[in-house]
Design a protein around this ligand. Sequence first.
Ligand code: GDD
Ligand code: MN
Length: 370
Amino acid sequence: MLLELVALALAMVHFGVPLAYYFYLKRSYLNKPWNIRVDENYRPRVTVIVPTYNEAKFIQKKLDNIYGQDYPRSLVEVIVVDSASDDGTVDLVKKWASEHKDVNLRLVEEPERRGMVPALNYVLQHCRISGEIVVFTDVDAFWDVDALTKVVKYFADPNVGAVTASITPATLADDLLEGTYRNYYNLLRIAESKAHSTPIHNGAFVAYRTSLLYKMCGLPEFTGNDDSTPASIAAFMGYRAIQVDDVVVKEPVRGNQFLRKIRRAQHLLLSFLKTKRYAKELGVYRHTKSFEKVWKVEWWLHVINPWLLIVCLILLIMAAFYGYLVALILIGVGLTLLILKAYRMWVLHQLYLVIAAVRNLWTREIAWSK
Ligand code: GDD
Ligand code: MN
């Protein structure tokens, strides 16, 4: 009986904390004003940096997409950094550039592949960046024509350090589960952003105030992401790092979704484990009460909370093994609930996080297979 009681308590904490957090954010912050001085007419120079590794399939469409933005072309500079692609990506970039002479485009070629973050750092260290805003974007992420214009206006406020777009899967029908997941998370991210900042940003579109990237000495290389970690550092520096609701980027669900989810979770975990100390070591850390609160809950939700579910399950299986009927019933209820989409999505993501934590013990996937 004790096993079952402990298991039940764990389950209640596991589901109770995120639910309480969700309703708290929804009620207290979702409809609050941004408290940011937004200026629709703010027009800084922008540097869009596109990392590529074997992107022949999408790269021209991606460049067309940036080219088609309604932001003044003379204010946009594009840098493609390729890491020794062997599928003709570089030739396609050169061809595209020769057909679009009115774009300020630079191609940087790394002689070998070391991963996306090292490639982006190479650009920050070796190229003159003319933009006051730097945007990192994945080749497979396509923006609406006004995405850049809409994001830039937030940077008119000097307190804003990072801005990321909300994400939907490109083909909704293709992945209803992914759709549910995005709705729930987008709400959390936006409410956190209104409170101060969100520690989780989206690599499909993430914009930084350039000077901050230099103040944090480039992107940290203890993780493989170019979104959540630098954005969290910006927030730890006292700047707002926000996800906005008026810019939505579609992202195709491609490749092996499972491995990709695990790898992203690995990077996110590394971010939660190391970023705060890293910011302190860099000497850029500044205590911001409202962001610390968000960080603590998200830290708990990513690092600890998934394990409660696993321990709960193990205890129930043990109890069932000793013949306790209640345990069997509880396991039955837990499994039956899987017919509910939201619950299924939740459990799946807990599994991603647990597998990611274990996998981080031997590989960090800084350069991942594609
Ligand atoms: N230059 C270079 N070198 N670019 C790379 C490399 C590399 O070694 N590896 C990947 N890229 C490029 C890809 O070509 C793509 O444009 C972008 O980096 C993102 O890689 P994807 O393979 O599309 O992975 P993803 O969509 O799952 O990546 C996301 O997860 C990361 C964290 O794990 C992105 O949203 C990233 O921004 C995020 O940080
Ligand atoms: Mn991608």
